[in-house]
Write a new protein. Structure first.
Length: 180
């Protein structure tokens, strides 16, 4: 069974999501890759506000391609999430980040922060950026325009298929499959 959920995510909803569960996500998510995460840390170090509210929200680790005429966005596939592992615990614990979307496993430190958060990690299908773009109904740059493809974008998504790969209890679909 596939479950439909909407952003923003409440703590109650986060606690009902389980590793291995398939979902269709609708609502607002934000893109941010390495360079944007580095700027987030610099902003927090200066005790300034981030360009968007993280509590209840999701960051999609992606740097979309430019849109072709008549399209909302170009190909928008996930990047390897481990590159954000140095930054994610702080965003979860200090800012209330509720969900992350990307590809690949996460470090023990990130998973520990997810359990305290709470926070959930969804996997998007790598190599399917053109298909993912079909689920994006609106896209706008909201911060760090100078970073080009790595600028922070506000995306509105509709019925985007994802898989819960690490839930807020630390159950990890990647590790479960390795033991099988």
């Amino acid at each position: 069974m596939i479950r439909e959920i909407c952003m923003p995510l409440s703590t109650e909803v986060i606690h009902t999501l389980h590793a291995g569960e398939r979902i269709l996500l609708s609502g607002v998510v934000y893109t941010a890759r390495d360079a944007a995460h580095k700027r987030f840390m610099e902003t927090l170090d200066r005790q300034e506000k981030l360009p968007f509210e993280l509590a209840g929200n999701a960051i999609y680790f992606a740097g979309p391609c430019p849109a072709k005429p008549g399209r909302v966005i170009g190909s928008c596939g996930p990047t390897t999430s481990a590159r954000m592992d140095a930054y994610s615990p702080r965003l979860i614990l200090e800012c209330g980040l509720s969900a992350m979307i990307g590809k690949g496993n996460r470090s023990a430190g990130v998973i520990a922060a997810m359990k305290k958060g709470p926070c959930v990690y969804f996997a998007a299908t790598g190599g399917a950026g053109a298909l993912i773009a079909r689920h994006i109904v609106k896209s706008e740059v909201i911060a760090y325009d100078d970073l080009g493809a790595e600028a922070v974008r506000r995306l509105e998504v509709y019925r985007w298929p994802l898989v819960v790969v690490i839930d807020c209890e630390g159950h990890n679909l990647y590790e479960r499959n390795e033991r099988s």
